[in-house]
Write a protein that binds this ligand. Structure first.
Ligand code: NAP
Ligand code: ZN
Ligand code: ZN
Length: 346
């Protein structure tokens, strides 16, 4: 079927309107009328080939919220009219140990990304959510609670789950000291989740003007990384540091703020290696780890948690013709706190 979207026709190109084909509905597929599509910094990294060679034309977008319009004959999870979300992957092998545990993002064969990847047939390029219609296997969609607005929900499908998963994995709750590095799309969700779970939350930001917003989101402390010696009072302080920064930085300053047995989780993907001082890890048995999005069961758990606690992303809704400006503003850290495209404008 023919659908409308916005695509980059080659690396670093501006995104433009583009008509392309989606597959016809298979037995276990659902067709989705996309309502809102979030702009993740990963979209920009990939259009700009900051992570290596990419597949073009590229329709980015993996923060997708919409309504089911058609269901294949064997679909059992959803019906027409349901509010559903699609995130960063649309398939996986389904048989490896991580897949069987619901950790599809860590599939041994590799998850099938929502875009910039070939589908499991090995030849069809996957096309993402900057589009008005999508076709997805029902096992890779999640259900959106009725009380949440779809524009604020869209970013939960990547930014939300990407912070929820490590916060749950490292058992964050009352009495824990949590730091969030970078108050962007991912970081602001990390603040909301860690606060909702009862932790004491500190934001490290290179944008001092974001302090009031951070506090309004519930952060207890705000540290401007532009201040000299900003880390001094936090030596051996944090149980968990969540690094969502999209740019290169000195990770050792942050490792030294971890308490004994604390963990720094790398989430931001600037595309360049970090130089790690062994001497910043040893003196407190610190761990440096990484975390990538979350699996389907955890995505559903996260959305249910958001429904219960009334958590959504703070969004700036834009029309599709604003995408290229939104990219520039995101890279300049000028976003409050996620751009979301109104899919009627594709
Ligand atoms: P974003 O909205 O652009 O936020 C990134 C934040 O990093 C900015 O708002 C800014 O926060 C800080 N920052 C940016 N440039 C900086 C610089 N030069 N120095 C210091 N701080 C800087 O991006 P996002 O969508 O949240 O994504 C963040 C990163 O996570 C990206 O690299 C993205 O690809 C990656 N990501 C990873 C996963 C995963 O599964 N691990 C999932 C999605 C995205 P302040 O203004 O507060 O300093
Ligand atoms: Zn993303
Ligand atoms: Zn697998």
């Amino acid at each position: 079927m023919k659908v409308r979207g916005y695509a980059a026709m080659e690396a670093k190109a501006e995104l433009k309107p583009w008509e392309f084909d989606r597959r016809e509905l298979g037995a276990n597929d659902i067709a989705l009328h996309i309502k809102y599509s979030g702009i993740c910094h990963s979209d920009i990294h990939q259009v700009w080939e900051e992570w290596g060679p990419a597949i073009f034309p590229m329709v980015p977008g993996h923060e997708i919220a919409g309504l089911v319009t058609h269901v294949g004959p064997s679909v059992s999870k959803f019906k027409v009219g349901d509010r559903i979300g699609v995130g960063v992957f649309v398939d996986s092998c389904r048989n490896c140990p991580p897949c069987l545990k619901g950790l599809q993002q860590y599939c041994i064969e590799g998850m099938t990304g929502t875009y910039n990847q070939l589908e499991r047939d090995g030849k069809t390029p996957a096309m993402g959510g900057y589009s008005n219609v999508m076709v997805i296997n029902e096992d890779y969609a999640v259900s959106i609670p009725d009380n949440l607005p779809l524009d604020g929900v869209a970013p939960l499908l990547c930014a939300g789950i990407t912070l929820y998963s490590p916060i749950k994995h490292w058992k964050i709750g009352p009495g824990k000291q949590v730091a969030v590095m970078g108050l962007g799309g991912l970081g602001h969700m990390g603040v909301k989740f860690a606060v909702a779970l009862g932790a004491e939350v500190t934001v490290f930001s290179h944008s001092p003007a974001k302090e009031a917003d951070a506090k309004a989101m519930g952060a207890h402390h705000f540290v401007s990384t532009k201040e000299a010696d900003f880390s001094k009072q936090y030596r051996k302080h944090f149980d968990l540091i969540l690094n969502t920064v999209s740019a290169e930085l000195d990770i050792n300053i942050y490792l030294e703020m971890l308490n004994v047995d604390g963990t720094l989780v790398v989430i931001g993907l600037p595309g360049k290696p970090y130089a790690v001082e062994v001497g910043a890890l040893l003196p407190a048995r610190r761990s440096l780890s990484g975390s990538m999005i979350g699996g389907i069961p955890e995505m559903q758990e996260m959305l249910n948690f958001c429904g219960k606690h009334n958590i959504v992303s703070d969004v700036e809704v834009i029309t599709a013709d604003y995408i290229n400006v939104a990219y520039e503003r995101t890279v300049a850290s000028d976003v409050k706190y996620r751009f979301v495209i109104d899919a009627t404008t594709f």
